[in-house]
Ligand binder design. Structure first.
Ligand code: SAM
Length: 249
């Protein structure tokens, strides 16, 4: 998968790309990330990328005649058609189901806005999808772009050491609720013991306990993920009737 990120602050990405799963996915040739400095496409000697908003108001707006040529240039770098994603608090909320879908793509372009955002005409001209990572406003689209990149890249087949772990995560296809609690050694710490069943070696009982623990956690902190049908039935039903992906807030 090729991911191109367009940003005014390319330096923000080095840490996140140089560690953990994102680093490993690139080293394994599963993922290529190109961080493109929007300032290269800036206007004039000073490479200006923003200007005052028409109609007045606070802050600056990123110029359409900077952003559009930059995205078009990025698109031309690959023969694979790109899926264009604009980071925006006004976009559709990101969820795990959408990440799974994006992980099937071979080419993504993520555009990070800054200041008051990007001139609306860039979106009108180029199309694409606006992605929000939550109902709050960040300073720029760089952190949202990192969130999208991380959440998608770990779902590329081969990116995780153990593919099973993504299937057991919260919001996964096999288990669209929350995952239950996890424990490791020591088995007792300050009087807190690990649930006995996890030490039993009995795989079927452990699986049943984990399902139930995940169901209870969901019912306690995210009841919105359980449909009314499921919330009145037992966690053992397996055929969970739930709101897929947890896109509600
Ligand atoms: C300060 S915000 C602009 C907010 C805009 N004036 C508004 O009220 O909708 C600057 C940039 O940060 C990014 N951003 C901020 N919050 C975001 C969120 N929750 N999800 C995705 N991107 C976000 C977007 O790229 C946005 O263009």
């Amino acid at each position: 998968m090729l991911v191109q990120v367009l940003t005014l602050f390319p330096e923000m990405f080095s840490g996140v790309l140089g560690a953990s799963i994102l680093k490993r996915a690139q080293a394994r040739g599963l993922l290529t990330v190109r961080v493109i400095d929007l300032r290269q496409f800036g206007i004039g000697r000073h490479r200006v990328c923003d200007d005052y908003p028409f109609g007045g108001g606070p802050g600056m707006v990123m110029r359409v005649d900077v952003v559009v040529p930059a995205v078009e240039w990025a698109m031309a770098q690959s023969e694979e058609p790109a899926r264009l994603l604009w980071m925006s608090p006004q976009g559709r909320l990101l969820n795990q189901a959408w990440c799974r879908e994006l992980a099937q793509s071979s080419h993504l372009i993520l555009v990070a806005g800054h200041y008051e955002g990007i001139d609306q005409r860039a979106f009108e001209i180029l199309g694409g999808e606006e992605v929000s990572i939550g109902n709050y406003v960040l300073t720029g689209g760089e952190i949202p772009a990192m969130v999208v990149l991380d959440a998608v890249a770990r779902l590329i087949p081969g990116a995780l050491g153990d593919a099973e772990s993504a299937r057991q995560d919260s919001f996964s296809e096999d288990w669209p609720l929350l995952e239950g609690p996890q424990y490791t050694r020591p088995s007792e710490y300050r009087g807190h013991r690990v649930p006995e069943v996890l030490l039993s070696g009995h795989h079927a009982k452990i699986a049943a306990w984990r399902r139930e623990a995940g169901w209870r956690k969901t019912a306690m902190v995210r009841p919105d993920l359980l449909s009314s049908e499921t919330s009145s039935s037992s966690p053992d039903t397996g055929g969970h009737s739930v709101i897929q992906g947890g896109n509600k807030e």
